[in-house]
Design a protein around this ligand. Sequence first.
Ligand SMILES: Cc1cc2nc3c(=O)[nH]c(=O)nc-3n(C[C@H](O)[C@H](O)[C@H](O)COP(=O)(O)OP(=O)(O)OC[C@H]3O[C@@H](n4cnc5c(N)ncnc54)[C@H](O)[C@@H]3O)c2cc1C
Length: 383
Amino acid sequence: MIDFSMTEEQQALQEMAREFAEKEMRPNAARCDREEEFPVDIMKKAFDAGFLTSTIPAEYGGGGLGDLDMVILSEELAWGCAGMYTSMMANSLALTPIFLFGNEEQKKRFLTPFSQKMTFASYCLTEREAGSDTSLIKTTARKSGSEYVINGSKCFITNAGVADLLLVFANAAPEKGPRGISAFVVPRNTPGVSIGKVEDKMGHRASNTAEIFLEDVHVPVENRLGREGHGFLAAMKTFDRTRPAVGAAGVGVARAALEYAVAYSKTRVQFGKPIAAFQNTAFRIAQMAMEVDAARLLVWHAAWLIENGKPSGKESAMAKCFASDTAMKVTVEALQIFGGYGYMKDYPVEKLVRDAKLLQIYEGTNEIQRLVISREVIGPIIP
Ligand SMILES: Cc1cc2nc3c(=O)[nH]c(=O)nc-3n(C[C@H](O)[C@H](O)[C@H](O)COP(=O)(O)OP(=O)(O)OC[C@H]3O[C@@H](n4cnc5c(N)ncnc54)[C@H](O)[C@@H]3O)c2cc1C
């Protein structure tokens, strides 16, 4: 059966998120971008609205949203401001391994505090020498009695400067390669954890991105998620689950660009007519609208597969890759429709171009998504 209709709850969620994006995020987006400001007040309101805890299961005090709910929410929030959205959704990225792979005691201990006060988390996988190839992480976790001692560093970590909880991937048995990697929950205030350089970014400037250093950081064995050596698989399974939301952010950014382009093309007059009356502009807009809708369908399909417990690795990668490529293409097209004004910071479109770019890079670059997709489509190659 095919059904594209939203439930009443989903419509209400979409309306609430759209209103939040329009009233709270949009009016502050340009300032936060310009001043690289992490907007604490807006985050507090987002917490009150449940957007920072949306994926936490209801029994641990979260919103318990499903995967389709999450892509509906993500599109609206990224439409408001992709940088603020990244800060909000980094929480769900970091907490996903806990509710997927944590035991009951860990879920209660680590997830419940997030519903009680505004709290941020970071997903700490990437290292200087291990970006796309995260199997090569050098951070180690040496077992010592009932503890692990973690040493290493992480880079480009979203929310690092504001997080209270770090989800750290470290190798407890480096001789086993990726099979030695485990996931650990590390409270930010554990001695030995420090924050390094805060990155000065091209886009998503309302989000905080920084380095993290871990020097002789002691964590109890009870903070390891799942079995020792299960961490690499946990990292990949987490991405399968969260990538459709990155795709949805791409749809939100692209939709924002399309809407700005449509409005501008009807008011900008050249050669005696609004530029929307030129077929070149109108067909460009038609193409942009088709691509936004196609991207949303891939995103919704991937989310539907996940929600229904079906295999979804390839489709999650397709959703993330296609929708973020669409965001890049559509924002560049919108800028072209704005002409010289589009290039100026007084207008909103150049920010969207900068924001779209990151969606092609984080949670696995789009080249890595194409690797995932092509491996599954082609299957084994026997020469
Ligand atoms: C703003 C920002 C926020 C981020 N937030 C987080 C976070 O919260 N947590 C976290 O752990 N990480 C985070 N990241 C890291 C991000 O996931 C990595 O930057 C990304 O995975 C790419 O790694 P890299 O930058 O080292 O690039 P590299 O791996 O060095 O890649 C360089 C280029 O080579 C290409 N390439 C690499 N391997 C292949 C291949 N096999 N085939 C074809 N092409 C290939 C890549 O696609 C890319 O174009 C963030 C990054 C940024 C920029």
